[in-house]
Design a protein around this ligand. Structure first.
Ligand code: ADP
Ligand code: GLC
Length: 525
C-alpha cells in the first residue's frame, strides 16, 4: 500500500512561547526581506572545483545587495582553503549531534559587507583533506558521513544563531538533506524554523550523493524518511532524491535543463522523482548569471591591456600573451595570424572532452589553428591531453590542474573561440565568461548552452553569438570547428559582428536574482 507522502506541519499555527515575526517588507517596496541561509559545499574564492563555487559567490552577493540577509554556510577545508578565509571576524564553538553522540566543531565567521556573512564549519577529521570530494580521481569513502554531518551542522548553526530563518537555500546533493531535516521532528517545532521554507537548486543531477542504505542511520532521522517518497532509492540512500522529494521548491540552473532532466537521457535515474516534482508545479529553470565585475575586459587586472566593444586592440594583446604563455606561435611562418581555440574545464565525462580529444587527433595535422586546454579531473583524459601535447607541439598545449585566476582570465580573453562539446550541461558559466570577452563559444546544443548561445547565421549574423552543433560525434564536432575556422579566415567581418553581439549580451545576476525572489515567495505561499 502507498503510504502518505511526508508533509511539513508548517501550515498550521502551533503554540509556542517564542513569537516569530513574519518576513519583513523592504521599506517602501512590495518586496519581502528574507533571512536566507545559503548552504553549499564550495564557494569562490575560498574553495572551488567548478561553477557551484562561482554561483555561491555571486548570487548571495546579488541577493544581499537587494536587501536580503544572507548567511553562507560552508565547510572549512583547512588544507585547500584560500588564505583569505584564514582571516575571520569571529570564532565560536558548535555542538553537532551526530551518530548517537555530539561532535564538537568550530565556526569561523567573516562579514565582508552589509547583509552578507560567511560561516565556515571547521571539523578537520572530515574536511582537512587534499581534495574537496576526492583525491586523484577516487571519491572519499566517507563522503556520505561527511556531508550528512555538514547538513546537520548547517541546521544546528542556523538554530544556534536564534534569528528566525525564512529560507534554507540548498545546493546539490551535499546539502539537500537539510530539506528533510526541516520537515522532520528534529527541527520543525524549533521556533527558528517555524516559518522557514526550503529551496533546492540542482546544479548537476549527475551527482546525487548515493550511498549504501546503512548510511541513513547517520542522519538521525526517523525511519519514515527512508521511504520511496523521501530519501530511499532502490534500497540505497540518495540525498539528492530526498531533497527533490522534500524541498518546498526546486530549480535547475537553466530552463532547457529543467526539461532535459525529465528524460532518462539526462535524469540519471531521477527522472521519475523529477517528473513528479514538475507535475506538482515545484520545478523550474532559472538561468545562471555571471559576476560581470569580476569578468570584465574593460578593467580586468589579469590582462595585458583592457578592451571594450569600441576598442578591441587589447584582445589581440591578450592573444599574444596567451600564445607566449603556452609557447605557441601567434602567426604562421608566412606571418598569417591564426585562430586560437580554447578549453577551460573540469575533465569529466559530462563535458564531452573525450570526443574532443578524438576530434583533435584528426584535425591537428591538417589545421593551422592553435588549441589550448586548461583542465583537471579524469586521470585518463589528463594523460590523453598530455600525450597530445607531446605529439603535436606548436599546435596544441595544455595546463593540467587548477589554474590561477590570472591564467583562466587570459585564456577567456586571448582565444578567438571557446569549446564546450558537453554531453549535458545544466548551465555552464564559461560560455558566458567567454562571450563577455568577445571569444565565440562553440557548443553542443544542450541545457544552458542551448539557452545562451545563438548559432551563426551567415545570411544574418546580426544576432549570432557562437557556433552550435547537435550530435556529439567526432565528425559533427570536427565540422563545426572547421566551420568556425573558415569563418575566421573568409568572413572575418561576421566574426567582428558576433564579438560585439556576444560582448553586449546581459548575463548579469541582477537579471536573475529577481527570479529567485519569486521562487522564495512561492515557497512561502
Ligand atoms: P562546471 O561547474 O560543470 O565545472 P561551469 O562552466 O559552470 O562548469 O563552471 C566551471 C568553473 O570552473 C568556471 O569558473 C571555470 O573557469 C572553472 N574551472 C574549471 N576548470 C578549471 C581549471 N582547471 N582551472 C581553473 N578554473 C577552472
Ligand atoms: C554545475 C554544472 C554547470 C553549472 C554549475 C553552476 O557544476 O555542471 O553546468 O554552470 O553547476 O550552476
Amino acid at each position: 500500500m502507498r503510504k502518505k507522502p511526508l508533509r511539513r506541519s508548517g501550515g498550521k499555527k502551533e503554540k509556542t512561547s517564542v513569537s516569530v515575526p513574519a518576513p519583513e517588507r523592504i521599506s517602501g517596496e512590495e518586496r519581502t526581506r528574507y533571512n536566507i541561509f545559503w548552504c553549499a559545499s564550495e564557494c569562490a574564492p575560498f574553495a572551488k572545483t567548478g561553477g557551484l563555487a562561482d554561483v555561491s559567490a555571486a548570487l548571495p552577493q546579488a541577493l544581499a545587495r537587494r536587501g536580503h540577509e544572507l548567511t553562507v554556510i560552508l565547510p572549512f577545508y583547512n588544507w585547500k582553503m584560500n588564505p583569505l578565509s584564514l582571516h575571520y571576524d569571529d570564532m565560536f564553538p558548535l555542538e553537532v549531534p551526530f551518530r548517537g553522540g555530539v561532535f564538537r566543531c568550530r565556526v569561523r565567521t567573516l562579514r565582508p559587507e552589509k547583509g552578507l556573512t560567511y560561516c565556515f564549519i571547521e571539523y578537520d577529521r572530515f574536511f582537512d583533506r587534499p581534495g574537496l570530494y576526492d583525491w586523484q580521481g577516487a571519491s572519499y569513502g566517507d563522503n556520505g558521513e561527511r556531508f550528512i554531518f555538514f547538513s546537520r551542522a548547517c541546521m544546528e548553526l542556523a538554530s544556534s544563531l536564534g534569528r528566525k530563518a525564512d529560507i534554507l537555500h540548498l545546493n546539490d546533493w551535499h546539502t539537500a538533506l537539510c530539506a528533510a531535516y526541516l520537515k522532520s521532528p528534529l527541527y520543525r517545532e524549533n521556533p527558528v524554523f517555524r516559518e522557514c521554507r526550503s529551496v533546492l537548486t540542482l546544479h548537476n543531477v549527475g551527482y546525487q550523493g548515493d550511498f549504501p542504505g546503512e548510511t541513513f542511520a547517520c542522519t538521525g532521522l526517523p525511519p519514515e524518511f527512508f521511504r520511496f517518497d523521501a530519501l530511499e532509492y532502490y534500497g540505497r540512500l540518495n540525498l539528492l532524491k530526498g531533497g527533490i522529494a522534500l524541498a518546498d521548491e526546486v530549480n535547475t540552473v537553466s530552463p532547457t535543463y529543467a526539461g532535459d532532466i525529465l528524460s532518462s537521457a539526462c535524469g540519471c535515474g531521477l527522472e521519475g522523482a523529477l517528473r513528479y516534482c514538475a507535475g506538482k508545479g515545484r520545478l523550474r529553470g532559472i538561468l545562471n548569471g555571471i559576476d560581470v565585475k569580476k569578468w570584465d575586459p574593460a578593467c580586468d587586472k589579469f590582462l595585458p591591456a583592457p578592451y571594450t566593444v569600441s576598442d578591441m586592440s587589447g584582445k589581440e594583446k591578450a592573444k599574444k600573451a596567451l600564445a607566449e604563455h603556452f609557447r605557441l606561435s601567434y602567426e604562421t611562418s608566412s606571418k598569417k595570424v591564426v585562430p586560437f581555440f580554447g578549453v577551460l574545464s573540469r575533465l569529466a565525462f559530462q563535458k564531452g572532452l573525450d570526443v574532443l580529444a578524438d576530434a583533435l587527433e584528426g584535425l591537428l595535422p591538417r589545421m593551422e589553428a592553435r588549441f589550448v586546454l586548461i583542465g583537471a579531473g579524469d586521470p585518463h583524459l589528463q594523460w590523453r591531453y598530455t600525450s597530445l601535447m607531446e605529439r603535436c607541439r606548436g599546435k596544441f598545449a595544455c595546463h593540467i590542474g587548477m589554474a590561477e585566476d590570472s591564467l583562466a582570465h587570459l585564456l577567456e580573453a586571448g582565444c578567438d573561440f571557446f569549446l564546450m562539446p558537453s554531453r549535458y550541461e545544466p548551465c555552464g558559466l564559461n560560455q558566458m565568461y567567454s562571450m563577455r570577452y568577445g571569444t565565440l563559444p562553440i557548443v553542443r546544443s544542450t541545457g544552458g548552452l542551448a539557452d545562451t548561445v545563438k548559432n551563426y547565421d551567415a545570411n544574418d549574423p546580426s544576432s549570432s553569438t557562437g557556433f552550435v552543433f547537435y550530435d556529439l560525434t567526432v565528425p559533427a564536432l570536427q565540422n563545426t570547428i572547421l566551420w568556425a575556422d573558415s569563418t575566421y579566415k573568409n568572413s572575418f567581418g561576421d566574426i567582428l559582428t558576433m564579438r560585439k553581439n556576444a560582448m553586449s549580451t546581459d548575463f548579469s545576476w541582477d537579471r536573475t536574482a529577481e527570479k529567485y525572489e519569486e521562487m522564495y515567495r512561492n515557497a512561502h505561499q
